[in-house]
Ligand binder design. Structure first.
Ligand code: NAD
Length: 470
């Protein structure tokens, strides 16, 4: 008989574990959900009386406000969380390995392994263990080996894969109305029953036909494949944007025209300065590494090109800024609007803004940064990490963090739009123009602003996928 889940523990209170399990708690008042994390300050923020949560996500505060203290709890007591639960999500980080074998490509599964070992050591009763983290294909096999080798007698562990497809910035709506919930299990009786137990949790709000059950390895691979396909679309449209800039074609018109084809569809066809975020690059590199490990070098090369195209797009954009500003930006002030990797999130991981700013720094420009959500400390950390050989004091001499777009643009030669925050549409561009050095340039890396309107004000506007306006 499938276990009726009444207590859930989620290991990892990050961008995925936090929102996902908060929504489960909201939608399943009969289930106690405890989200545990080793990071004390993160847990404190989840528990903060004024709901100053550790991540910014529209709608998240409302969800936490309704469920926290009722059946949703945040704690650093990982062992207690594990011990009490009948189902455990492993939602820890799986970054790309920084050093050692496979560095730069392979997933670092250290956190997954540590969490798995903890479960094996602490559990006194049988558990359903669910991979929520994005992992290479067949990771569940390694987890099973670790669990079986370290478990107490009479404890059995059924492992499921349940990858998360939410997108940062729309996480809550994605979780409320997912395109699909994917659950992978072994095709044994126990595996199928564990799968039913988890499916029953989701069935509290997700329509039955959106809950897909597949084999364990298919589920693991599907997550990598979904992100790879999404990133590939962005790299494809960005590759076309370079051709547009050189020919006079307009990437918006091209995207519109091809998106009308029902086989292609209109979504994810927006050209930009490049994709960022913690997942796309990491998951494709993971796929590259997996392909190489499986002795499939042509497959690895195919996916690697998606990432290389993205790097090329960022560098191409920086170069366009330098070229347009009369081939030098030394000593010039550039306002960068947006630091998050996309709008509606405070997440800066792999943000294109970081690469652009680093390029501007290396050309000895002064950079003013404004982002409505990203904390100052985060910006300094990211810039410091991006240029480890430059002391932070030197970085601070070149970079200023501003508190409004108008302030950032004051006395600048150029404005670079790096994130598609809606508030940048509301900027008083006439006011911005008055405060800038002339000629005043705008480089729209997100196809956000009305180029025609800005040109009428007097700006020289350059947008992705259109010839430069100089
Ligand atoms: P994150 O870094 O925001 O959160 C992970 C958390 O796990 C951290 O707070 C860390 O302290 C905690 N942790 C690590 N090891 C632990 C342990 N042994 N015990 C307790 N806590 C531990 O990461 P994230 O963005 O939430 O991503 C988690 C996973 O979900 C990754 O595999 C990622 O690829 C995947 N994913 C992320 C997104 C996204 O949009 N961020 C979307 C889908 C899937």
């Amino acid at each position: 008989m499938p276990v009726k889940v009444s207590k859930i523990c989620c290991i990892g209170a990050g961008y995925v574990g936090g929102p996902t399990c908060a929504v489960i708690a909201l939608k399943c008042p009969h289930i106690t959900v405890t989200i545990v994390d080793l990071n004390q300050s993160r847990v404190d923020a989840w528990n903060s009386p004024d709901f100053a949560l550790p991540i910014y996500e529209p709608g998240l505060v409302d969800v936490v406000r309704q469920a926290r203290g009722r059946n949703l709890f945040f704690s650093t007591d990982v062992d207690k969380g594990i011990e009490e639960a009948d189902l455990i999500f492993v939602s820890v980080n799986t970054p790309t390995k920084k050093s050692g074998v496979g560095a730069g490509f392979a997933a670092d599964l250290n956190y997954v392994e540590l969490a798995t070992r903890r479960i094996a050591t602490v559990a006194n009763s049988s558990k359903i263990v669910v991979e929520k983290s994005t992992v290479p294909c067949r990771t569940a096999e390694s987890m099973r080996t670790i669990l079986e080798a370290n478990s107490k007698p009479n404890c059995r562990f059924d492992i499921l894969s349940n990858p998360e497809f939410l997108a940062e910035g729309t996480a809550i709506t994605d979780l409320f109305k997912p395109d699909r919930v994917l659950i992978g299990s072994l095709e044994t009786r126990e595996g199928v029953e564990a799968c039913q137990s988890l499916a029953e949790v989701y069935a509290n709000w997700v329509p039955q036909d959106r809950i897909l059950t597949v084999g364990l390895w298919s589920s693991e691979l599907s997550k990598l494949a979904a992100n790879a396909m999404l990133a590939q679309r962005i790299s494809s449209i960005n590759a076309l944007s370079a051709i547009c800039e050189a020919t006079g074609a307009n990437i918006d018109e091209v995207a519109h025209a091809i998106g009308y084809d029902s086989r292609i569809g209109p979504k994810f066809l927006k050209a930009s300065v490049g994709f960022g975020g913690s997942c796309f690059q990491k998951d494709i590199l993971n796929l590259v590494y997996l392909s190489e490990s499986l002795h499939l070098p042509e497959v690895a090369a195919y996916w690697r090109q998606v990432v290389e195209m993205n790097e090329y797009q960022k560098r191409r954009f920086s170069k366009r800024v330098v070229d347009t500003l009369f081939n030098t930006i030394t000593g010039k002030r550039i306002a960068v609007l947006g630091f998050a990797f996309k709008a509606d999130t405070g997440d800066t991981r792999e943000s294109a803004a970081i690469t652009l700013i680093k390029d501007f720094q290396s050309e000895r420009a002064f950079v003013n940064i404004y982002d409505p959500q990203v904390e100052e400390e985060q910006i300094w950390n990211d810039l410091s990490e991006a240029s480890p050989l430059i002391p932070i004091e030197s970085i601070k001499k070149q970079v200023t963090i501003c508190h409004s777009a108008i302030e950032a643009c004051k006395n600048a030669e150029a404005v670079v739009i790096a994130t598609e925050w809606k508030e940048f549409l509301e900027i008083d561009w006439e006011e911005v123009y008055k405060g800038m050095n002339k000629p005043a340039f705008v480089f729209d890396g997100r196809l956000l602003v009305d180029a025609e309107k800005l040109t009428k004000i007097g700006f020289k506007v350059t947008t992705i996928g259109r010839p430069s306006a100089v």
